[in-house]
Design a protein around this ligand. Structure first.
Ligand code: DOR
Length: 441
């Protein structure tokens, strides 16, 4: 007799929209085939999940994996190794590569390269003045996560800051589009506030108003055109207060970095290694991000994994590059916050699985249900472990959390029914596939 299931997880506590329950999960042909008491049922492979929590696969909706063109920092394979080592089963990757991902050809090239990835993937297409005419076609292509626009300069050459072009982009988008909301004009005016050698002045330069002006402008355009926008890495109390009143148009992302680190301590301790755009700010802002997360204003967590080599980070400020690794530490850092009582495990699942599915219309992922892809993040909530640079799989080999001990650890990563990571070892095949969306194709 053949086994009914390819893989069976027995005795784990799984966390879903309907709460926490102890049920077995039967997986067949990459999908969840049964949930419930499956004692007595056989399978090709059985995992004893007693004592572990099983979450719907964590979807990280903001990573930079740097391929093509910047592979000295990261590539799609190394980035995906970092993802699955940290319990992440799918990523949305950013377009500021070389060449930029701004055309159907560049997107198709990334999708072809991405077959080497250990997790599933989608790629944002950079919105530019030149490709406005190709929207919404660019949003519908296989592997497209939709449009991403930089309203303020960051790493790379993508920038759209003039009113006419922004207005035309928002008018033409069809799916929810993602925005880096920092105001370019104010950034240029304030360049002189950067103090050489002092990364702590990064947040003086890129202040609250830089972020708030751009976010207000974006939401006004979205409201005018009746479109949905996604505000990436929201970092200020002022933006959260404003966004709370505009949820019909704008969805909200926060990063674990902005929830965990705070100025001035992080700049004193980590120097340029804490430098990112928008900057990590002081405790007033960090507290406001947590309050917004608890109040339901925040929709998703994105790591904004933005690897740079140590050499690039070691340049004296302001020549040091902006960005920190994060895809591998998203789960352990946030589980530590769960254990500290700052959010519930259910809210974590909402932010990393249900939220991405709801906002972006992801097909077949984002919850544990029969018929869905068997993407699972298996965690040990009790385990205490120290994050170390040696554990980091990103090519750049460092984390701002090196030496930090957390409670709560990703034990296993299952992508469409196959174990790709278990107990700190990459075990699985690199069988990444494009994420499918309701509004694409
Ligand atoms: O700090 C950042 N680094 N912010 C961004 O918006 C881009 C990112 C990168 O690509 O390095």
């Amino acid at each position: 007799m053949t086994d009914p299931y390819d893989l069976l997880l027995r005795g784990g506590t799984f966390v879903n929209h309907d709460g926490r329950t102890q049920r077995d999960i039967g997986i067949q042909a990459g999908r969840i085939a049964a949930l419930g008491d499956l004692s007595g049922v056989t399978a090709v492979e059985v995992i004893d999940a007693r004592g572990l929590h099983i979450l719907p696969g964590v979807i990280d909706t903001q990573v930079h994996f740097r391929e093509p063109g910047l592979e000295h920092k990261e590539d799609l394979e190394t980035g995906s190794r970092a993802a699955v080592m940290g319990g992440v089963t799918a990523v949305f990757e950013m377009p500021n590569t070389k060449p930029l991902t701004t055309s159907a050809e560049a997107l198709a090239d990334k999708v072809a390269r991405a077959r080497r990835m250990f997790c599933d993937f989608a790629f944002y297409v950079g919105g530019t003045r030149e490709n406005i005419g190709n929207m919404p076609a660019l949003e519908r292509l296989e592997g497209s996560a939709g449009i991403k626009v930089f309203m303020g300069s960051s790493t790379g050459d993508l920038l759209v800051d003039d009113e006419l072009s922004l207005d035309r982009i928002v008018a033409r988008i069809w799916r929810r589009a993602a925005f880096h909301a920092e105001d370019e004009a104010r950034l240029r005016e304030r360049m002189g506030l950067r103090r050489p050698g002092d990364p702590g002045s990064h947040l003086v330069w890129r202040d609250e108003q830089v972020a708030l002006i751009a976010t207000r402008r974006l939401v006004r355009l979205a409201e005018t055109h009746g479109k949905r926008v996604h505000v990436l890495h929201v970092s200020t109390a002022e933006e959260m207060a404003f966004l709370a009143g505009h949820k019909d148009w704008a969805s909200v992302e926060v990063t674990p970095h902005h929830l965990t680190l705070a100025a001035p301590e992080c700049y004193e301790r980590l120097g340029t290694y804490a430098q990112m755009n928008p900057p990590v700010r002081d405790e007033r802002h960090r507290d406001a991000l947590w309050a917004a997360l608890r109040a339901g204003v925040v929709d998703v967590l994105g790591s904004d994994h933005a690897p740079h080599t140590r050499e690039e980070k070691d340049h004296p400020y302001p020549d040091s590059h902006s960005g920190m690794t994060g895809v591998q530490t998203l789960v352990p850092i946030m589980l530590d916050h769960v254990n500290a009582g700052r959010l519930t495990l259910e809210r974590f699942v909402d932010l990393t699985s249900h939220g991405p599915r709801r906002l972006f219309g992801i097909r077949g992922k984002g919850q544990i249900a029969v018929g869905y892809d068997a993407d699972l993040t298996v965690v040990d909530l009790k385990r205490r472990q120290t994050i170390s640079n040696a554990w980091i799989k990103s090519r750049c080999g460092w984390s701002p959390y090196d030496g930090i001990t957390v409670q709560g650890w990703p034990v296993g990563t299952i992508v469409r029914g196959r174990r790709v990571m278990w107990e700190g070892e990459i075990t699985g095949p690199a069988h990444g596939e494009p994420i499918r969306f309701l509004e694409a194709g």
